[in-house]
Design a protein around this ligand. Structure first.
Ligand code: AMP
Length: 193
């Protein structure tokens, strides 16, 4: 069965950006996850890097962000490393290029200033590593109370890296009424929980 990107009901601006990114056929995780995420359901996805999992969650997020309030954090992606955060950011910028979506990456090891000033100008999507995110929350530099979607990317790796207490803290700050998407390459019992 040949599924195409224009069958998801995504906005034409997104479909155009997908074409400019050079994607023609949705990958397996994209075929399975995109319709469910668009419906607003929570999704637990088993997917390695290289399977197209980033677009699987970013495309429905961009679709959501086209409508509704701007310049407030409405989607939060939490990832274990800067490298992964940057990759997710690049994908978001490429796929969101025809929309007004604003995004920022938030991670440690670099000066807070540019992250804080970008947040102050207003963004809809934050892609963050747990430590710096909590740091900026503590500084009052980021409001997460209007977050509609939380993505935990490479959740198994975050678990291995000891980020579970941080993730718990982050989840406590978010509205309980939200969509949660969790992606992992392996699905041990603690991730499921
Ligand atoms: P990811 O698994 O999200 O790290 O994506 C792996 C790579 O596949 C990235 O370089 C994407 O640009 C690319 N990619 C994602 N979805 C597709 C698709 N449907 N067709 C072709 N390439 C894709």
């Amino acid at each position: 069965m040949h599924m195409k990107f224009d069958q998801f009901g995504l906005d034409q601006r997104i479909v155009d950006a997908i074409a400019s990114a050079g994607y023609t056929v949705p990958t397996s995780i994209q075929q399975q996850a995109i319709p469910k995420v668009l419906e607003g359901r929570d999704v637990l996805g088993l997917a390695q890097t290289g399977t197209g999992k980033t677009a699987a969650f970013i495309l429905p997020i961009i679709q959501r962000l086209i409508k509704g309030p701007q310049r407030r954090v409405r989607a939060l992606v939490v990832a274990p490393t800067r490298e992964l955060s940057e990759q997710i950011y690049q994908t978001s910028v490429a796929l969101g290029k025809n929309t007004r979506m604003r995004c920022v990456t938030v991670y440690g090891g670099v000066n807070k200033k540019s992250q804080v000033s970008r947040l102050r100008k207003g963004v809809e999507l934050v892609i963050a590593c747990p430590g710096r995110l909590l740091d900026l929350v503590g500084d009052g530099a980021i409001d997460l109370w209007q977050t509609e979607v939380l993505v935990l990317d490479e959740a198994d790796r975050m678990c291995d890296m000891g980020f579970i207490p941080d993730i718990r803290r982050i989840i406590k700050i978010l509205p309980s009424k939200r969509q949660t998407l969790c992606f992992a390459a392996t699905m041990p019992e603690d991730i499921r929980r």
